[in-house]
Ligand binder design. Structure first.
Ligand code: MSP
Length: 513
């Protein structure tokens, strides 16, 4: 997505995806991080009138899942049913607005994988061969000796397994130059730039063919031309993005959302998305995804959160304390989308109290209370239309530019600048003194501006903290919800109708001690 789209409502197709999560693990806040970010983007682009398709789901085949099911005494599908449901629940809890939830065990996906594999095979890019390699079940990927740390997987720290198999190979090596050409022509196809450089370095280092089938396991999608083999889980999984867009049965729908797809991924799966995946698509005669956005890890005590390290934090634990909006806000404001970030409970509390309880919550409370007390709870005709109007316009442009580069933290800083400016404006104008002096017109002018600023804050912050913004919207006497609005028109100053009935209420974000 490019910044040239931030100025106008588009109606254009916009397809956002999260990785599909392995069902050997239950959802933890590391998974939630990617999902919330993608959700914010989906909500933001819907506000702009884009035709958004937002997809998440679960990755259910492969050795890792087969073993996890065995350990739990379940069939792989029973195990997948249970864990997949946990992911759905977690996303419902977090207010994730996905339009679809895909499971790789669904018939529609089976059909898409078979079709794409057969196409790549027919195009001559899959060949039979023998493979001997070092396999990490945790990653479901092969490593070379020099990629290991003392013989263990660089990501999971566990020993790899030596595996010999007769396999079908995808001729990735043929796609070195096409990939380099593609990335030269599409400088924004992988962001941020450090990740793009990593991808280019990897491609230039030489690409090895990789096996796309497994004959040693049964839990997977059989190869259409040789059902003794099942499809390699990554080849299977990546295709989910096409399945959900309608591939291959609904070509018209697929052509609408493809290739305008943006994949949100963690840095550990960048190579699959930015090297294997575009090559697979080229081999199938399809276009590469328009963008892959890679982020760092959420660390707990300096380490990546994972089941094997038993250092996971679960969304429900934090939601109980901070609420859904508090949870979402923290991840978007405090965990820069790009580098690794350590999760600090104290940091979360401090940020919640400062930004949500004090700035956002107090402002809403203060303005609505004064409007009820001084203006009879009705939005006045008058406004000053000065300083705050300028600030609102500045902030809107800044947020748009920041969100377009997935810099959610800066986008939120912009919105919070409007909150701070409004608080400062109140201090400066002292409406209580104006009220005491009986200057009703001046009070109306000041509060009229503040109420309008609140409306714009509720609108612009809604992709990140949807519940609080919907409640604020309601208290401002506005119909519907912020997400029913369309940008940029809705952000234009002066949208709060005079005569709307205001309501004060309980704190939107109660302070946490
Ligand atoms: N199933 C594959 C993805 C297939 S996509 C076609 C997979 N699943 S996963 O469940 O292991 O990880 C999914 C995503 O969660 C990855 O993007 C990974 O980076 C992210 N995270 C898992 N733990 C994480 C953190 N602690 N922090 C941030 N993200 C992390 O890989």
């Amino acid at each position: 997505m490019s910044t040239d789209r931030i100025d106008q409502p588009s109606g254009a197709p916009a397809f956002f995806t999260t990785p599909i999560y392995y069902v050997n693990d239950v959802p933890h806040v590391g998974h939630a991080y990617t999902t919330v970010a993608a959700d914010v983007m989906a909500r933001w682009r819907r506000l702009w009138g884009d035709d958004v398709l937002f997809l998440t789901g679960t990755d259910e085949h492969g050795l890792k899942i087969q073993r996890a099911a065995e350990a739990a005494g379940l069939t792989p599908l029973e195990h997948a049913d249970r864990t997949s449901a946990r992911f759905r629940e977690a996303w419902t809890l977090l207010g994730i607005s996905n339009d679809d939830f895909i499971r790789t065990t669904e018939p529609r996906h089976h059909a898409a994988v078979s079709h794409m594999l057969q196409t790549v095979y027919d195009n001559g890019h899959i060949e039979l061969g023998t493979y001997e390699g070092l396999y990490c079940v945790g990653c479901e990927a092969y490593y070379t000796e020099d990629e290991l740390n003392d013989g263990t997987c660089p990501i999971h720290g566990r020993p790899v397994e030596r595996v010999t198999e007769e396999n079908y190979f995808f001729k990735l090596s043929r796609f070195e130059q096409p990939l380099l050409d593609y990335y030269a022509a599409h400088p924004d196809a992988v962001v941020p730039e450090t990740r793009r450089n990593e991808v280019l370095g990897f491609i230039k280092g030489g690409l090895q063919d990789f096996s796309v089938s497994r004959s040693s396991i049964t839990w997977g999608i059989p190869l259409p031309w040789d059902p003794r083999h099942v499809t390699y889980v990554w080849f299977d999984a990546l295709i989910n993005y096409c399945t959900a867009a309608g591939y291959p049965s609904d070509r018209e729908r697929f052509d609408r959302y493809w290739p305008s797809v943006v994949h949100f991924v963690g840095k550990d799966i960048l190579r699959f998305h930015a090297v294997y995946w575009p090559a697979m698509l080229m081999a199938a005669g399809e276009l590469p995804p328009s963008q892959v956005v890679a982020h760092g890890w959420l660390l707990a005590g300096g380490e990546k959160m994972s089941k094997s390290k038993a250092n996971q934090i679960f969304p429900a634990d934090l939601v109980a304390e901070f609420g859904v909006d508090g949870f979402r806000y923290h991840f978007m404001a405090d965990q820069r989308f790009g580098p690794d970030g350590d999760l600090s409970y104290e940091g979360m509390i401090a940020r919640y109290n400062a930004d949500l309880a004090n700035n956002f919550g107090n402002l809403a409370n203060r303005v609505l209370t004064m409007a009820v007390n001084y203006l009879g709870g009705v939005v006045p005709e008058r406004r000053e239309d000065g300083l705050l109007r300028e600030e609102a316009e500045r902030v809107f442009a800044l947020q748009g530019a920041a969100f377009a580069r997935y810099d959610f933290a800066s986008g939120l800083e912009a919105v919070w600048a409007l909150i701070r400016a409004t608080n400062a404006f109140i201090e400066d104008r002292a409406p209580w003194a104006l009220n005491k002096a009986g200057d009703t017109a001046a009070v109306a002018g000041v509060l009229g501006d503040c109420l309008e600023a609140l409306r714009i804050v509720a609108l612009l912050a809604s992709p990140v903290i949807p519940s609080a913004c919907a409640e604020l919207w309601r208290r401002l006497g506005l119909p519907g919800r912020p997400e029913d609005e369309r940008l940029p028109a809705a952000a234009a100053w002066g949208g709060l109708p005079a005569g709307s009935i205001l309501e004060k209420g309980a704190p939107l974000f109660p302070r946490i001690q």
